[in-house]
Design a protein around this ligand. Sequence first.
Ligand code: NAD
Length: 234
Amino acid sequence: MKIALLGYGRMGKTIEQIAIQRGHTIVLTVDKEDHDYDITKADVAIDFSIPTVAFNNISNCINHKVPVISGTTGWLQDYDKAVALCNEKQSAFIYASNFSLGVNIFFELNKILARMMSNLKQYDVSLEEIHHTQKLDAPSGTAISLANGIIAEHSGYESWKLDEIKEKTIPIVAKRIEDVPGTHTITYKSEVDTITIEHIAHNRQGFALGAVIAAEWIEGRTGVFTMNDVLNIG
Ligand code: NAD
């Protein structure tokens, strides 16, 4: 496949390595100084850029009917617009807050646990995420996906909030520590015990591999999909 990389930072470079290992060609690399480029050279585009430009990158691909995979976080206020545009243009699009296989399994485990805890009001849930100090958004997109998974399954919670404890609200703590690729911990605590589930990414390879697998999967398809479709889970 001919792949365009939109964003050539830590993730873009890791994706490049994995895509080449899997026999693909990188035909275009776009970073902050590059404005004039022909996206139609690519069979598929993979966007791991920054929150303020992600929607523009994605809509440019959709407008040119180039299937696009986006892992950029922090731009989700425009997600519904991207979905509507993709449906209108009959193009193809996948966003995932986290492309790693392990995290997508963790998302499902989180929902099952939330369903089981839903009637046990003696437990309070909380969420913690840790990432490297260069991360621009907080809480992480993965933490937001996890919180939304709990809200969908647990009758005791309606929203999430960073650094605040409020009724019916999942408190999220975001820590920034040098060189941490991504750690997410969900804790249910009662007076008598604590249940914890945790996902720890050891490096960026898992995210990059998932994004390349999603790019391979989307070729020839039309519509808006999620990693559950790609991995056939959930
Ligand atoms: P990074 O800062 O290393 O890379 C971002 C790159 O985007 C930079 O090189 C920057 O110059 C470039 N950029 C700026 N303006 C641009 C433009 N107009 N067009 C294209 N590129 C532009 O960050 P990173 O660690 O590679 O992460 C990128 C994004 O991916 C972040 O939002 C991060 O949260 C997210 N992320 C998602 C996953 C996932 O699995 N979904 C995993 C890791 C990181």
